[in-house]
Design a binder for this molecule. Sequence first.
Ligand code: AHM
Ligand code: MG
Length: 324
Amino acid sequence: MTTFVDLAAWLAAEPADAALKDVVTTIAETCAGISRVVASGALSGSLGVAGTTNVQDEEQKKLDVITNDMLSDALKGCAPVAGLASEELEEIEPTGRVGGYLVTFDPLDGSSNIDVNVSVGTIFSVLPAPAGHAPAEADFLQPGRNQVAAGYAVYGPQTMLVLTLASGVNAFTLSADGQWLLTHPAVTVKADTAEFAINMSNQRHWAAPVQRYIDGCLQGKDGPRGKNFNMRWIASMVADVHRIMMRGGVFMYPWDSREPGKPGKLRLMYEANPMGLVVERAGGKATDGVTDILDIQPAKLHQRVPVVLGSANEVEVVRAEMRA
Ligand code: AHM
Ligand code: MG
């Protein structure tokens, strides 16, 4: 039987400081707990709406609230964490400590899929905390390149944790006895693809470059791309990005004219940045169409951003269309 290295043994060999390993371990253990709650569904009475809205005025599911509390509580109890921020919390939460790390997270991404038993996930990003003072919101507003660790857990047919620290991307599968085992070392994203992920129902609202790009894909072999494309859209960023990590593809959530004042749906600090780092570290690319996601200077905690990420050569095709 194949034996797999567990997360603790893998972390022990990583060139990161003990405090950062502690943060990553806390997140991984909490994600294992979240996996159990998600899996229990109606049995634990955790499906359905919470009857509240979050800072983006989105209806919160019970599981959004439960998982947010699980991660917040765990990180507040983790000594190297000076502050946290979440999709589900309007303000940052300092822990009362100084130095160490800041963590931002989307505790349960893909809320629309929770009640219908389709994959959802947790996304997290770890940034250095300021040394001399308790963190304020401004201290979180660091570009994605500053992330010292990032990743996601996907609660699907298998629960997996996909993680990057100093370099590379490694993926762990949760075993029946609750251990994260390294099943996918050194994950890389294929440079070329013939598969795109976008919510096609928004087609009429897209800007011209996105229209042109998707139209070129849809024309298949007979069009400018000279090959047939496949389409997938799970409406869980974690699940769509995970598919791209495993077999390539391009994921897009562009600006559209439904709410022209907003730059897109996805949030920079706890969706685009951590996913951007994971994808780049695996050899893929992530852009807002003009700037690499990781080079964007955040202006606000809950800032939204257009996202195009995945197979490097395909992201370049989209980017070239956006520059045209
Ligand atoms: P959420 O964080 O409220 O779940 O929203 C983010 C999700 C992403 O996981 C997914 O890619 C996108 O929203 C789907 O949006 P849509 O329903 O417009 O297709
Ligand atoms: Mg989300």
